[in-house]
Design a binder for this molecule. Structure first.
Ligand code: CUA
Length: 363
C-alpha cells in the first residue's frame, strides 16, 4: 500500500515527457492537450478522495452515537450547504469540459497540408500505403518528424482500431467506410501501434511499429522503399521478402513448424513441390501438378494461394486467409515464392530471421 502511494506520488511528480506511472512518454503535439485533461481529472479525484474520506472518518468519530439513549435530531436542511455542493461541482465539470473539448477539437481537425497515409486493417495485420511515393509498408509505418501526418483508414474485413499510445491518438477502423486521425510526431524513435478493437483470434498479434525519422531523410527513405525490390536480382528476393513481406503473414503462418491459423511456412516448399498437400475436399495437390493439370508448376499453386486463397483450403484449416489480389506486385509474389524455396537461408531452425533486407546477416 505504502509502495503504491509512493509510486503514485513519484509518478505525478515525473515530467510527462518521459512517461510516468499513469501515462506513457508523450511524442506528439496533441499529447499535451490529452495529458492536461487527464491530469486535471486525476487531480480533482485526488483532492476529493482525500477530502471526502477524511471528513467521513472525522465525522464518524466526532458524531458517533455515543449511547443508545441519544435521540437523533439534527438539521434537515441547509440552503448555503446545498448551494455550495451544487455550484463547486458545476464549476469543476465546466473546467473539465473546456479542457477536454479543446483537446478533442485539436484531435479531430487535421491541419492543412498533412502528409497522407492510407491504412488498411485486415485480420491480422496493418498495411500502410504512401500514395505520394507509391510505396507500401506492412506492420511498419515510417513518418517524418515535425510534419503533420493524416491516416485515412479502412478495413477489409471486421472492425479494428488504431491506437498509438505515445501519440495519444486512437480511432476505429471500419469496413465499408473511411475514418481518419492525425498526429505530428515531436520525437525521433520507434513507437508501438496496436489494434485496440477485439477482431478475432489473433487480435493480440495485430501490431505495428511507427518509425519517426528526420524530415530531411524522409523523401529518400520513401523513394528507396517504393522501388527497392524492383532492382533486386532473384537471389536477393528471399531476404527482402522475409523482412518486408512476411510481417503480413506472421500472425497466422509460423516459421518454426508450429501450426497456427494457417499452415507453417517451414518446409512448405517441399510439401508443395512434392504435392503433399491435402485439401478439405479430399483432393490432393499431387493430382494438380505436372503437365496438362490445373497448376502445372508448383509455383502456380503458391501464387494462387496468395491471390485467391479460398480456391483450395488445406485440410485441417478453416480457410480464414484474406485475398491478396491487387495488394502485391508480381515481383513481390515472386519474392515470396523465392523466400519459401530458400527459407533455410534466411531463418534458423527455431524460425528466427537471420538476414537483413539487404541480405547481410543479422547480428
Ligand atoms: Cu484488429 Cu484487433
Amino acid at each position: 500500500m505504502i509502495d503504491f502511494i509512493s509510486n503514485v506520488l513519484l509518478a505525478t511528480a515525473t515530467p510527462v515527457d518521459n512517461g510516468g506511472f499513469w501515462l506513457p512518454r508523450a511524442a506528439s503535439t496533441v499529447a499535451e492537450g490529452v495529458d492536461l485533461t487527464f491530469n486535471v481529472i486525476t487531480w480533482i479525484c485526488y483532492v476529493f478522495f482525500a477530502l471526502i474520506v477524511g471528513l467521513m472518518v472525522y465525522f464518524c468519530i466526532k458524531y458517533r452515537r455515543k449511547s443508545p439513549d441519544i435521540v437523533v435530531d439534527g438539521p434537515t436542511h441547509n440552503t448555503a450547504l446545498e448551494l455550495t455542493w451544487t455550484i463547486i461541482p458545476l464549476i469543476l465539470v465546466v473546467v473539465i469540459f473546456t479542457v477536454g473539448m479543446r483537446g478533442y477539437l485539436n484531435l479531430r481537425e487535421a491541419p492543412e497540408g498533412c502528409y497522407e497515409v492510407q491504412v488498411t486493417g485486415q485480420k491480422w495485420s496493418w498495411t500502410f500505403s504512401h500514395p505520394e511515393y507509391g510505396a507500401s509498408q506492412v506492420a511498419e509505418l515510417t513518418v517524418p518528424l515535425g510534419r503533420p501526418v493524416r491516416l485515412l483508414m479502412t478495413s477489409n474485413d471486421v472492425l479494428h482500431s488504431v491506437w498509438i499510445p505515445d501519440f495519444r491518438v486512437k480511432m476505429d477502423v471500419i469496413p465499408g467506410r473511411y475514418t481518419s486521425l492525425w498526429f505530428e510526431a515531436t520525437k525521433l524513435g520507434d513507437y508501438h501501434l496496436n489494434c485496440t478493437e477485439y477482431c478475432g483470434k489473433d487480435h493480440s498479434k495485430m501490431l505495428a511499429m511507427v518509425h519517426v525519422i528526420p524530415a530531411d531523410e524522409f523523401d529518400g527513405t520513401m523513394k528507396k522503399l517504393a522501388s527497392e525490390y524492383e532492382d533486386m536480382s532473384v537471389g536477393e528476393l528471399p531476404a527482402y521478402a522475409i523482412n518486408r513481406l512476411y510481417n503480413r503473414c506472421v500472425s497466422c503462418h509460423s516459421l518454426d513448424g508450429s501450426s497456427g491459423t494457417g499452415p507453417t511456412f517451414k518446409g512448405l516448399w517441399d510439401r508443395v513441390k512434392n504435392g503433399q498437400v491435402k485439401f478439405t475436399t479430399g483432393e490432393s495437390l499431387s493430382s494438380m501438378l505436372g503437365d496438362a493439370t490445373e497448376y502445372g508448376e508448383p509455383e502456380n499453386y503458391i501464387r494462387e494461394s496468395i491471390v485467391d486463397p479460398q480456391k483450395h483450403i488445406v485440410e485441417g484449416y478453416l480457410g480464414s486467409m484474406p485475398a491478396f489480389q491487387g495488394q502485391l506486385k508480381e515481383k513481390q509474389i515472386t519474392a515470396i515464392i523465392e523466400m519459401f524455396k530458400h527459407l533455410r537461408d534466411v531463418t534458423d531452425a527455431s524460425g528466427n530471421i537471420t538476414v537483413n533486407p539487404d541480405g547481410t546477416p543479422t547480428e
